[in-house]
Design a protein around this ligand. Structure first.
Ligand code: 6PG
Length: 247
């Protein structure tokens, strides 16, 4: 695989601006090539980091297809919903067609297996037959990293760390509440064309050092290794990167 690209920003304002520029370029390349842009978003502070896209005249919202890397199994308007966080931070402020946002909707389905199967089918519709394409290739996947090194809803020591087949899985035992979640698996994350982690703040110092300088420790975030020619980027601030020796 390609080595991760680490970009350290003096503060989050600059990070937010450059992340918007990066996303705008990724969508232009994707739309030029195939007329659409497939992107997957995370929760946490990530939705707020997307505010540089608001009012950005280079963004062609009609061509975006938005998925969620993971979602808490709660109603779409619940304060814990990643979809709600993204709507509040971004989608309510930009002209994206609602049908281009693929939420994980618990209104009619709340059985975890049915929910994850339904979301996998949604991905299959977007990325053609599961048999034809072994795994979907997202143009861009945006991830956060918890202080324990988790990313998506892939937690340290969990059996999903070794899932090789499913595209979408569920967990009922998240160490961080709420316990029930739907999540992309590593094969999906690692087949993306571009994966960007955003990690800011002093609370990430030790975890970031482990992931970048001692990846063999195997924290969940360190297992994100896009298959060639996919490229992994780390967008971090100086507070998070203060102990990192990489590259
Ligand atoms: C969750 C959180 C979590 C979060 C990371 C990074 O679902 O429990 O959303 O996955 O994304 O802990 O958090 P920050 O982006 O807030 O640093």
């Amino acid at each position: 695989p390609n080595a991760p690209v680490l970009i350290t920003f003096p503060d989050t304002d600059v990070l937010v601006r450059d992340l918007a520029t990066f996303i705008a370029k990724a969508q232009r390349d994707s739309i030029d090539r195939k007329g659409r842009f497939t992107i997957a978003l995370s929760g946490g502070t990530l939705p707020d980091m997307l505010k540089g896209l608001i009012g950005n005249r280079h963004i062609k919202w009609n061509h975006w297809q938005v998925y969620y890397v993971d979602e808490r199994v709660v109603p779409l308007d619940h304060p814990d919903s990643n979809h709600r966080a993204c709507v509040e931070a971004l989608f309510s402020k930009v002209p994206i067609p609602q049908e281009n946002i693929h939420a994980i909707d618990t209104t009619y389905l709340n059985d975890l297996e049915e929910l994850s199967d339904a979301y996998e089918k949604d991905l299959i519709r977007e990325f053609a037959q599961k048999d034809a394409a072994r795994f979907p290739v997202f143009d861009l996947i945006l991830l956060g990293m918890g202080p324990d090194g988790h990313t998506a809803s892939l937690f340290p020591g969990h059996e999903l760390l070794t899932e090789e087949d499913r595209w979408v899985a569920y967990i009922e035992d998240s160490p961080k509440p709420p316990p029930q979640r739907i999540t992309f698996t590593y094969p999906v994350i690692n087949h993306a064309a571009r994966v960007v982690f955003v990690a800011t703040g002093a609370g990430k110092v030790d975890t970031l050092q482990s992931v970048l300088d001692r990846p063999a420790e195997g924290l969940p975030a360190a297992r994100v290794k896009p298959v060639f020619p996919g490229q992994l980027y780390w967008f971090v601030d100086e507070a998070a990167a203060s102990k990192v020796a990489y590259p």
